[in-house]
Design a protein around this ligand. Structure first.
Ligand code: NDP
Length: 335
């Protein structure tokens, strides 16, 4: 079982007198920077000279370009988009690192797939919030924590764990807990979760919509059932709170029987498991990373085509119409 670190296990004073350079003032960068500062840690920001850097200045941070901020950091937190790291880090970060500075990533992708080759003599660590950036700040200001994953890939100084755990406390995560992992485990499980969970949800919702509308049922009524009403949001929320099976007691006996009966049918479909194992293989052997690298080189040609293709689907038309009808509920966040 993974070790879980909480506030009481961690000494924040290892960051006393240190400067944390946060590179990238986007979703994660802004929230993590503000949380660290509120915990008394000295933070500087590095970003390209645009609105994000101006925002960091407006928020009261010393903000400069990425190389300048890197030179100031005892700890350098890389909160740049993963797909930019292979081009930005070797030029703007690695040559400017202070001797012995700790590098911290929020996702293991670039390190695990060896898209970058950080110089020797630096700790290489991971602090990956399992939370969207805005909520990292909102939960902190509400006095709550959020889960994160922590790992050390290289411990050059012998203090890598102390540093990354202090940061996990500093950003407010260990009020709830930081789970110990590895760069490989974080990367593979994160990609697998989003690809299979997200991809599976898209196709199960859209294919069900097609089957039902092909059978003559009304698109808006079907869309409401599959997603639009917001009931699914509540179902997932109750599964999260109570457990996938435990939450079934909130459904009618007909629904409970139907769900478990279909789950049993799908479970016996060996093709699904075969497919999932295939996805895992492609993540482990680097072939998905290679596919994604080529996609970036092509200027995201296939991504744009796929997006346009799915947006043109009748399901998205019905969704747009229903969202208009449900505007008030959605805007008020009632569901
Ligand atoms: P964002 O896209 O929100 O922010 C990225 C920041 O990097 C912005 O300040 C952006 O500013 C800057 N940036 C973008 N492109 C470049 C470039 N080519 N050169 C220099 N700077 C650039 O990223 P996220 O905060 O979403 O992600 C950062 C890291 O956090 C990633 O590793 C991600 O996997 C990880 N993460 C993200 C989560 C999330 O909820 N979003 C959750 C957990 C981990 P500008 O474009 O103005 O230069």
């Amino acid at each position: 079982m993974a070790k879980v670190y909480r506030d009481d296990d961690i000494d924040l004073s290892v960051l006393e007198g240190k400067t944390v350079s946060i590179l990238g003032y986007g979703n994660q960068g802004r929230s993590q920077a503000q949380n660290l500062r509120d915990n008394g840690i000295n933070v500087v920001i590095g970003n390209r000279g645009d609105d994000y850097r101006a925002l960091a200045g407006d928020d009261g941070f010393e903000a400069s370009d990425i190389p300048t901020a890197t030179t100031k950091g005892d700890v350098v937190m890389v909160l740049l988009p993963d797909e930019t790291q292979a081009s930005v880090l070797p030029v703007d970060v690695f040559p400017h690192l202070m001797p012995g500075a700790t590098l911290v990533f929020a996702h293991g992708y670039s390190v695990f797939y060896k898209e970058i080759d950080p110089p020797e003599g630096h700790d290489i660590t991971l602090l990956a919030p399992k939370m969207i950036g805005a909520a990292v700040r909102e939960l902190f200001t509400a006095g709550a924590g959020f889960p994160s994953l922590v790992a050390v890939d290289r411990d050059s100084t012998g203090r890598a764990w102390d540093t990354v755990l202090a940061l996990a406390k500093g950003i407010g995560s260990t009020k709830l807990g930081a789970w110990e992992t590895t760069f490989e485990e974080e990367t593979i499980t994160d990609l697998f979760g989003e690809q299979v969970g997200g991809g599976g949800a898209i196709i199960s919702i859209m294919r069900s919509f097609k089957v039902l509308t092909d059978a003559g049922y009304d698109p808006e009524v079907v869309q409401l059932e599959m997603l639009g009403s917001g009931e699914l949001v509540e179902v997932i929320r109750s599964q999260w709170r109570e457990g996938v099976i435990e939450a079934l007691t909130g459904h009618s006996p007909t629904s409970q029987f139907g769900q478990l009966h279909r789950a049993e049918e799908l479970k016996d479909n060996g093709e699904a498991e075969q497919y999932l194992k295939g996805v895992l293989n492609q993540l482990q052997d680097g072939s998905f990373a290679e596919l994604w690298r080529r996609e970036q080189e092509s200027g995201y040609e296939r991504l744009e085509k796929l997006r346009a293709h799915y947006l043109g689907d009748a399901f998205c038309d019905a969704s747009r119409r229903n969202r208009e009808e449900l505007k008030e509920v959605i805007e008020k966040g009632i569901v």
